[in-house]
Design a protein around this ligand. Structure first.
Ligand SMILES: Cc1ncc(COP(=O)(O)O)c(C=O)c1O
Length: 388
């Protein structure tokens, strides 16, 4: 059998494992904030591949960095120093609040969270983690132990460490749960999978004070809400809070797999060689792209644009089936009067690509951060055409 025959057969028989319900759209390419289907249709991408395509498609800076690095050094490990990794760490930590000035690079959001939890256990010598109802932290064992409603993934309820879950934005419940057995509180300042649900800023401040007072670490999972998406470098900055650890991934390398764990030297200094590790994390290709993303976010006016587009969505998109808009910046939850599963195809028919969420009635709008006013106006016009 020829390679061509095998490939044709695989496609025909659907040889991929069917764990995703597909949208019925096949994409050929993308440019800027627009993607094209193989049958020649143009869609404005308001989903960005789960908030990954942070600078859109065919971004000149990302392409140039990728090409230059690929021809220079495609891969090397953390056993060796690399200028490209040093540059990425400097550019990324320059975005971080307060005393956070060290980066450890990994490959995904779940891996960043696994390592954050590991650091918290190591630094505190404690074994309990507090997480929130509605929180989403990834699919690996430790990350899923902290993820709301993840027990069915493993088919049994045991977690690899003690977990206490409190309701989001409930400061009294947090105060009651946060005793001296707690190594860390892990939370998303804006809960992405829950439908871009922004936590009360007063709650974030209370958690900061409580964790500091009781010797626990505060882990801000900024995998979805970080990196400029809310109009702040990191979403927790809206509360004026500096966490102990920040995790980032998704758009970190503009679509190339990458994650990072950020921390201050007071924590990094506790770690010894061998405490953390990874084969691919911190590889030169990802790092070349991370520098481009971080420097683009730092450019004057970039975050102002994100905020302006977020405000425009709030001002124009409460129309048609949209009854309420939540979230912050360009991590937006459109609360609908009808199920998202019915509205998503109606938007696709009108050239608009949005995503669902863990809530059957909340659409997530999280486009590339370079989205323009004309795109948002088309989203609003499409929504207005759809019945309430
Ligand atoms: C807030 C948050 N944390 C962690 C993850 C896990 O990231 P990854 O899929 O890269 O492992 C996700 C993924 O959706 C996420 O939204």
């Amino acid at each position: 059998m020829s390679v061509e025959q095998v490939e044709a057969g695989a496609q025909k028989a659907g040889m991929e494992v069917a764990v995703y319900k597909r949208l019925g759209v096949e994409l050929a390419d993308g440019v800027g904030c627009v993607v094209h289907t193989t049958d020649g249709r143009e869609l404005i991408d308001f989903y960005g591949g789960h908030a990954v395509a942070i600078l859109g498609y065919r971004h000149a800076g990302l392409l140039a960095a990728l090409n230059a690095q690929a021809t220079r050094l495609f891969f090397q490990t953390n056993l060796v120093d690399l200028d490209v990794r040093r540059d990425a760490a400097a550019a990324l930590t320059a975005l971080a609040p307060g005393d956070i000035d060290r980066a450890f690079f990994v490959n995904s959001g779940a891996e960043a969270n696994e390592n954050a939890l590991r650091v918290a256990f190591r630094v505190t010598g404690r074994s309990r983690v507090i997480c929130l109802e509605g929180g989403w932290h990834g699919r690996t064992a430790a990350a899923s132990a902290c993820t709301y409603d993840a027990a069915p993934w493993y088919g049994f309820p045991r977690t690899p460490f003690d977990v206490t879950r409190v309701s989001a934005s409930d400061s009294a419940a947090m105060a009651a749960a946060l005793d001296d057995s707690v190594a860390a509180v892990i939370l998303e300042p804006v809960q992405g999978q829950s439908g871009a649900k922004d936590l009360d800023l007063s709650f974030l401040r209370a958690v900061r004070e409580l964790t500091a007072a009781r010797g626990a670490l505060l882990i801000a999972d900024e995998v979805q809400c970080g990196l400029g998406r809310t109009g702040f470098n990191f979403a927790i900055e809206a509360a004026g809070v500096v966490p102990d650890l920040i995790t980032a991934a998704k758009g970190l390398a503009g679509g190339f797999p990458a994650g990072a764990l950020l921390m201050p030297q007071r924590i990094a200094g506790v770690l010894k060689p061998g405490d953390l590790g990874t084969t691919f994390g911190g590889g030169p290709m990802a790092c070349a792209l991370i520098s481009v993303v971080a420097k683009t976010l730092a450019a004057p006016g970039f975050l102002d644009h994100v905020r302006a587009m977020g405000e425009l969505i709030r001002a124009t998109c409460k129309t048609g089936p949209v009854v309420r808009i939540q979230g912050r910046g360009l991590l937006t939850g459109l609360v609908l009067s009808r199920p998202t599963k019915d509205v998503i195809p109606e938007l696709l028919e009108r050239g608009i690509f949005v995503g669902g969420s863990g809530d059957p009635n909340i659409l997530r709008v999280m486009p590339p951060l370079i989205i323009e006013e004309a795109h948002v106006r088309k989203l609003a016009a499409a929504l207005a055409e759809i019945r309430a």
